[in-house]
Design a protein around this ligand. Structure first.
Ligand code: FAD
Length: 406
């Protein structure tokens, strides 16, 4: 067995390579707000791949580097100053590709993981539906077997970046005669296949990243199934584990940045200075609280990551960091708004306060994206603390006998 390069040597090599191969980052990453970022990210991901720095924690046989989370952390720290393909992080690298790694056939892994790591494929999640995202097992998008194929019909919504992606991981109902969790199957769906219509949704922030998809007799080959037929709930649970890890900051598969926090600490200090309130005791207290939350978040992420990796904590524990990260993000935004005061609402289009106002409009997303904060509390109470399960009128009832609000 060849010995792994030490983290210190790897860090040095990464530092030199980044300096020679990637341009400096320009400004704070604010999400995929303009369409050019997708093509640019594909190019950057290809550069990482050619340089031997793509998929640091992915196995070598699928185009990764087969290294440890400590190597990934070192690379991420070194790469902060450089332009990185950040739109690959969520959901492609940290949620969808790890699900394929866990559940895919050898062929699925060789096809999709290799393409993702070379920047040739972006993935998206098709989970939420117009009737609601929290009751995921109650979904009504259907896939019916027809000879060697499946025929997909229904609609998904809130799919981040679907219009720019290549494949969607889609949960659909394949058996209506059994209780809701038992009749689901996970599929890999080509986003631009005949029968798929994508509509972009404009949010209050102005972003059109969200999409709704309509599936009309979309034909999928038998080998599109990811995991077992009718074993979709177990498969989706694996995907949700990766999703909570990504949102909570414990995923080993993200490169270059943590999930975007609206404002960071140095920005809060700068903000207080710019509005002339750095000496205000109430503002200093707000900054202190924000700092304490960041420190707790970092310690929590480190501890939960370690315990998840060693098996001391079961996968549902990813909900702890997912919940805390959402609360922290919202607290940081609220503090920033308190400090900025009216300037957050009245800033010029290119002023600092303008981004803050937009961040405030996006604030509630932090407790919805990756499953809502309330659902995280349910997971923590029922699956970690052993508290009684909440009442569900449809438990154990064949899905075709469950009443729906149609
Ligand atoms: C930024 C962002 C990105 C997203 N990206 C994707 C994506 O790529 N793909 C995708 O499929 N989805 C995506 N989503 C959708 C997200 O998964 C859903 O918003 C989330 O699961 C909640 O579903 P919902 O919005 O339909 O709310 P609902 O399920 O209708 O819930 C409404 C409210 O009721 C509460 N609630 C519901 N049930 C319970 C319960 N049993 N106990 C207590 N409270 C409850 C919820 O917590 C919520 O506050 C994204 C959302 C956001 C904000």
């Amino acid at each position: 067995m060849t010995e792994l390069e030490s983290v210190a040597e790897f860090r040095d090599r990464a530092r030199r390579w980044l300096k020679d191969n990637l341009p400096a980052a320009t400004g704070r990453y604010s999400g995929p707000e303009n369409d050019d970022i997708w093509d640019r990210s594909r190019q950057l991901q290809r550069i990482l791949s050619d340089g031997g720095f793509a998929g640091i924690c992915y196995p070598k046989e699928y185009g990764g580097q087969g290294l440890t989370t400590a190597h990934q952390r070192a690379f991420t720290e070194e790469s902060f100053e450089y332009e990185m393909p950040l739109v690959f992080n969520i959901p492609t690298l940290s949620i969808c590709a790890p699900t394929i790694l866990d559940l895919g056939t050898e062929e699925q892994k060789r096809t999709h993981l290799t393409a993702v790591l070379r920047g040739e494929e972006l993935l998206v999640q098709f989970l939420s539906e117009p009737r609601g995202g929290s009751d995921l097992a109650g979904l009504t998008t259907r896939a019916d077997r027809d000879g060697d194929e499946w025929v997909l019909n229904g609609s998904k919504i809130w799919s981040s970046g679907a219009y720019a992606a290549d494949y969607g991981i889609c949960l659909a109902r394949t058996n209506w005669d059994v209780p809701k969790h038992e009749g689901l199957t996970l599929f890999l769906v080509p986003v631009h296949a005949p029968g798929v219509t994508i509509q972009r949704i404009k949010q209050v922030t102005g972003s059109t990243e969200f999409c709704q998809e309509f599936f009309d007799d979309v034909r999928l080959p038998a080998d599109s199934v990811l995991g077992e037929v009718n074993g979709g709930w177990a498969a989706a649970s694996r995907l949700l584990f990766h999703e909570r890890s990504a949102m909570g900051g414990t995923s080993p598969y993200m490169s270059g940045s943590r999930p975007r926090l609206s404002v960071d600490l140095s920005e809060l200090v700068e903000l207080a200075r710019s509005v002339g309130r750095l000496d205000d005791p109430a503002v200093r207290e707000d900054i202190g609280e924000a700092r304490a939350m960041f420190r707790v978040r970092d310690q929590l992420v480190a501890r939960v990551s370690r315990q998840l990796a060693s098996g001391e904590l079961p996968p549902p524990a990813s909900s702890i960091v997912r919940l805390f990260s959402a609360e922290n993000a919202q607290l940081q935004i609220d503090k920033a708004i308190r400090i900025a005061g009216a300037s957050a609402a009245t800033a010029a289009p290119d002023g600092t306060g303008r981004q803050l106002g937009i961040d405030y409009l996006f604030r509630n997303s932090w407790s919805l994206a990756g499953g809502s904060a309330e659902m995280s509390r349910n997971v923590i109470s029922e699956r970690l603390l052993g508290m009684p399960r909440e009442f569900a009128a449809d438990r154990g009832v064949p899905f075709n006998q469950v009443k729906h609000g149609r």
